[in-house]
Write a protein that binds this ligand. Structure first.
Ligand code: AMP
Length: 151
């Protein structure tokens, strides 16, 4: 069968990400079953950096995961991808996307050219890092300046 079969859609929740999701949907020929969405939450350090300071609440990471799951479900619904499988992971954003792509046998990663890291560079830092280490094709969808919060 022609076209990409296992597409990994990497999402943050910055303005412009909906257009990225729509491009991923196009690449999948509208078939949500060919898509998997991922959002990565960076680990929260709960131990205090200095003696005498209070620790952060240990459930902070859990709250971030819960909130990310909710935002991801809302985003996928807004772009008509509610049938798409999804995961929210904790880890390094770049390496978690790369590892998930390997585990899932991904043949295309779709992501935004820029998200929260702004438009100062040709490619945002996450997009650039993934492009250099990806085991498959990468589609960096141009995020228009007006849609980027970091411009
Ligand atoms: P950046 O390079 O960080 O400005 O972001 C570029 C793109 O990387 C975004 O449009 C997303 O597609 C992806 N991305 C950024 N952060 C995350 C994250 N935490 N989880 C999954 N994908 C992300």
């Amino acid at each position: 069968m022609a076209g990409y079969q296992n597409i990994l859609l990497a999402v943050d929740f910055t303005p412009g990400i909906e257009a990225v999701c729509r491009r991923a949907k196009e690449q999948a020929g509208g078939a949500a079953s060919r898509l998997r969405a991922i959002h990565v939450v960076e680990p929260v350090v709960t131990a205090p950096p200095y003696e005498g300071l209070p620790s952060l609440p240990v459930d902070l990471e859990q709250q971030m995961l819960d909130s990310a799951r909710k935002s991801l479900a809302e985003l996928l619904e807004r772009v008509g991808l509610e049938g798409c499988s999804r995961s929210v992971e904790v880890g390094s954003v770049k390496w978690t996307i790369i590892e998930s792509a390997r585990e899932w046998g991904t043949d295309l990663i779709v992501m935004g050219s820029h998200g929260r890291h702004g438009l100062q560079r040709l490619l945002g830092s996450t997009a650039n890092a993934v492009l250099h280490a990806a085991p498959c094709d990468v589609l960096a969808v141009r995020v228009e300046p007006a849609a980027s919060s970091g411009s």
